[in-house]
Design a protein around this ligand. Structure first.
Ligand code: PMP
Length: 449
């Protein structure tokens, strides 16, 4: 390993960072994280903070889970790689597929298609949704509906259903046939509706209207996050997802739940869909499936959808997959991670600590009038939206946002900025004292702003 001087001198010199301006990375050295333990991270200067980001909404078990680490190490020695393309398999993948299916049994999940991450899982669901309709004799069902503010990764299909302009505009034209409905975002929406129940009904009406306009027979699937993450932690009314489910059912449209963030306990239950009492037709997962220890995702199919493929003629053959689908080392990480997730019952702590963090932010909102909106209350996903004035809800400028971020970091909490939102998604094993530390560090950050 090169020494610290080498690392500082070469920081961002040879690497383009994802989701950032390469020039910025040269001008403002990215923080080099060198070590991590439980819910804390340490940077190259030896400064330790609570990781209120959980890596990137993913390190659900924290950084010190030796069961997962040992499973990965052992698998590297037993079988570091073999392909799972038609004709071969491996023991780790067989065991992992069993574990994932069992984990999501109550969500009606019947089969698992392994991928290398969230964007792959989204792409897999979108492609299999079209194929599902083709098998069923409806090849005209090719379009997709989604929500504004949604985030579905960066592949072309996912970016096309993405609902944030920022992730789309540089890469247009995107995939045709994708249409976006308003987000269940009470703080800002085209109806000026602040009541979450009425907003849910307005969006349902807009969805019906769009389906009528496009023709139901042209739509393959509707994709949504049970709680929108990267878009700013947008929590819909409890009725919202089941309204969407009912409309999809009535029009033969598949419902894809993008559970890349919300899966595996983050919302206080094992899936976000379950939280809202909905069984999706397909689920996109990643992140918490290995707690970020190995890049794995999975597209999950309901029993009914799976059987359509299994019993089909040649149209059921899936000409889609990744070199690293069902990677044995990733698969070993999945099995160990799910067993630890269940053993530690992480959803219960996520619910309790999530309430503590959310209430802490609500208290800060009484103190600082530039906090326009606080969102969360369902597990460890919390968003705080800052505005420079409250009447027009003008988004806070980025300079101030960065000052809040830096002051919070200096005072013991790594948070994430998503535009004018502060986003938090700490490990699900975070302690009460650590949540207090995050609240107090942000208090200092807001005072600085
Ligand atoms: N879907 C959702 C809901 C996500 O939050 C993310 C990543 N934050 C993705 C998809 C894409 O996952 P990945 O970055 O692993 O490709």
């Amino acid at each position: 390993m090169k020494d610290d001087n080498f690392l500082r001198a070469n920081n961002a010199r040879h690497m383009f960072h994802p989701m950032g301006h390469p020039g910025d990375a040269l001008a403002h050295a990215p923080t080099i994280i060198t070590k991590a333990e439980n819910s804390s991270i340490t940077d190259i200067d030896g400064h330790q903070t609570v990781d209120a980001v959980g890596g990137l909404w993913c390190v659900n078990l924290g950084y010190s889970n030796n069961v997962v680490k040992e499973a990965i190490a052992k698998q590297l020695y037993d079988l570091p790689y073999y392909s799972a393309f038609a004709g071969t398999s491996n023991p780790a993948a067989i065991e992992a597929s069993y574990a994932v299916r069992e984990f999501f049994e109550d969500d009606g999940i019947g089969r698992v298609f392994f991928t290398s991450g969230g964007s792959d899982s989204v792409e897999t669901c979108l492609r299999l949704a079209r194929q599902y309709h083709r098998i069923k004799g409806e090849p005209g069902r090719t379009k997709f509906l989604s929500l504004k503010k949604g985030y579905h990764g960066t592949h072309f299909g996912g970016a096309s259903v993405n609902g944030n302009n920022r992730f789309r505009v540089n890469y247009e034209p995107l995939m045709p046939g994708c249409f976006h409905l308003p987000a269940p975002y009470t703080y800002r929406n085209p109806y000026g509706e602040t009541d979450p129940v009425f907003l849910a009904q307005n969006i349902a009406a807009a969805m019906e209207d769009e389906i009528l306009f496009q023709g139901a027979g042209s739509i393959a699937a509707f994709i949504m996050e049970p709680i929108q993450g990267a878009g700013g932690v947008i929590v819909p009314d409890a009725s919202f997802m089941s309204l969407m489910r009912e409309i999809c059912d009535r029009h033969g449209i598949l419902l894809i739940a993008d559970e890349v963030i919300t899966g595996f306990g983050r919302t206080g239950d094992w899936s976000g869909s379950r939280h809202w009492g909905v069984k999706p037709d397909m689920m996109c997962t990643a992140k918490g499936i290995t707690s970020g220890y190995f890049p794995v995702g999975a597209a999950l199919l309901s029993e009914e959808v799976a059987q359509v493929f299994e019993t089909a003629d040649e149209t059921g053959a899936i000409y889609h997959g990744y070199t690293y689908s069902a990677h044995p080392v990733g698969a070993a990480a999945v099995t160990a991670c799910l067993s630890e997730t269940l053993r530690l019952d992480t959803r219960t702590n996520a619910a309790a600590r999530g309430t503590q963090l959310y209430e802490g932010m609500l208290k800060l909102a009484e103190k600082y009038d530039f906090i326009g909106d606080v969102r969360g209350g369902h597990g460890l996903m919390t968003g705080v939206e800052l505005v420079s004035e409250t009447i027009n809800k003008t988004p806070m400028d980025m300079e101030t946002m960065k000052r809040v971020h830096k002051t919070a970091y200096d005072n013991g909490a790594m948070v994430r900025l998503g535009g004018n939102n502060i986003l938090m998604s700490p490990p699900l094993i975070i302690t009460e004292a650590e949540v207090d530390q995050v609240i107090s560090a942000l208090d200092k950050g807001f005072a600085e702003a």
